[in-house]
Design a protein around this ligand. Structure first.
Ligand code: URA
Length: 446
């Protein structure tokens, strides 16, 4: 390891020069070992935010963050291991659906997920709404469940990409989160540490997504794919539209329930179609289908024969869950309080502010406003309309669910809904849910 001076590296970045891969590795190594203080790392982050990082720097940063902790070796488990990552959106429950579909097709899925962030939910919080579901398995049990079921669903451990954990917290309080090379290195360092062979990315854009514009989402997708491919992992990214929430259910148990509907052959079309596209791509990358289309057909067959749902139930049981509510969702406790939000006028739904809907869900108790907030698994929103729906005054736009402790706030929260569901009087063009695909050959329109 070379010896450097943090001040000279900060100055170099401040003046717009590129750092060498060795310099970046040194910086991250020293920071992780407490030999560089937060104030110097924060200066480096701001210099990088303002002047950008080139592809080589982004890749070195990711590699250094990845090797700041353990990198799992799953080579003793047969098969091409494939995972999926979404940049997060409102009503995005796709992991719960596609992971068992892919596993039921014989492709191992070692999935390490996160919690809700801001207005968008997290897979771990959804899984924990299933009574007893344990997302904190140690690494021996992680392997055991994966080997037995081709699927395991856990949260990030302390030893995976610890540099990311510290840098993310620092970025959060120094206004340096929204920087594509930093976001890409942060996401990919965690995914590559899982011991996967291939990765499918769902990069969302629009009002309910982290990336508000298609251009920024495309930039992020290109960076993610180039980091993945440089690390020797087949990586495919889809750009998907988040201008309306995915499906109809928002909130943790609500979303598990909608996922069960899809796994049993029903559920909303947008959720089903996108789950199958991502699953089909994973099945193809996992070597079980000759094309994405063949992978989609296999996925549909695993829904139709019940094996995808069975896999979900078996993995939940293996991770300590009481699966009675998965088998009979109507027996799950209902929310203490529910309230319908009605349309004040006739019209056609011409737009959504998905961010507002997501934040209404958070306020109802489906997410956290502060780190220490607890989640109410029954809290959330059921949407009764989608883009293009015709409504007459008095029709239900949405039903809100919350706990008794929030019953005094529910009327105020409900005022967010009519502001977030825009009514007009002209027909809307159907939304193109997937706009681009990015892979090692470049970008194409989907
Ligand atoms: N998700 C991550 O894991 N990291 C980021 O920087 C942003 C979103």
């Amino acid at each position: 390891m070379i010896t450097n001076n943090p001040v000279s590296l900060i100055r170099k970045k401040r003046d717009g020069d590129a750092l060498s891969s060795d310099e970046i590795r040194w910086l991250i190594h020293e920071y992780t070992h407490d030999r560089i203080p937060d104030y110097q790392m924060a200066s480096f982050l701001m210099a990088g935010y303002l002047n950008g990082l080139n592809a080589e720097e982004a890749s070195a940063l990711c590699d250094a963050m990845l090797h700041s902790g353990i990198v799992l070796d799953l080579s003793d488990i047969p098969g091409i291991k494939v995972d999926k990552h979404s940049t997060g959106g409102v009503g995005d429950k796709l992991s719960l659906i596609l992971a068992p579909i892919v596993a039921a097709c014989g492709v191992p899925v070692p999935m390490i997920s996160g919690r809700g962030l801001g207005h968008s939910g997290g897979t771990l919080d959804k899984l924990e709404s299933i009574p007893g579901f344990n997302v904190n398995l140690d690494l021996d049990r992680y392997r055991e469940v994966l080997r037995a079921h081709n699927l395991v669903l856990i949260g990030q451990t302390e030893d995976i990409a610890p540099a990311d954990k510290r840098m993310y917290a620092l970025r959060d309080v120094t206004a340096t989160v929204e920087c594509i090379p930093f976001i890409a290195a942060s996401i990919m360092s965690k995914k590559l540490a899982e011991g996967i062979d291939a990765l499918v990315l769902d990069v969302k854009f629009g009002s309910g997504a982290f990336m508000k514009t298609e251009e920024r989402a495309l930039d992020l997708a290109r960076t993610l794919v180039s980091i993945g491919e440089a690390a020797g992992k087949r990586t495919v990214a889809y750009l998907t539209n988040m201008d309306q929430p995915l499906g109809r259910a928002i909130g943790n148990w609500n979303e598990v329930r909608e996922s069960i509907e899809v796994l049993q052959g029903g559920g909303p079309h947008d959720v089903r179609d996108l789950s199958l596209l991502l699953a089909g791509t994973m099945i193809h990358l996992g070597g079980k289908a000759s094309s994405v289309e063949a992978g989609i057909a296999m996925g549909k067959a695993r829904i139709a024969d019940g094996s995808a749902f069975r896999c979900f139930v078996d993995v939940a049981r293996a991770q300590d869950a009481d699966v009675a509510t998965l088998l009979a969702p109507d027996t799950y406790p209902t929310a203490d309080v529910s309230m319908d939000v009605l349309a004040a006028q006739d019209g056609i739904v011409v737009g959504f502010d998905s961010y507002e809907i997501g934040m209404a869900g958070v306020e109802l108790g489906a997410g956290r406003l502060k780190k220490e907030d607890s989640i109410d698994p029954t809290a959330g929103i059921e949407l009764h309309v989608k883009l293009g729906s015709h409504v007459v005054a008095g029709d239900r736009l949405a039903t809100l669910f919350t706990s008794l402790s929030k019953s005094a706030s529910v009327r105020r929260i409900s005022e967010r809904i009519p502001r977030a569901i825009h009514l007009g009087n002209t027909a809307v063009k159907p939304v193109k849910q997937v706009t681009h695909v990015v892979n090692r050959d470049g970008v194409s329109l989907y």
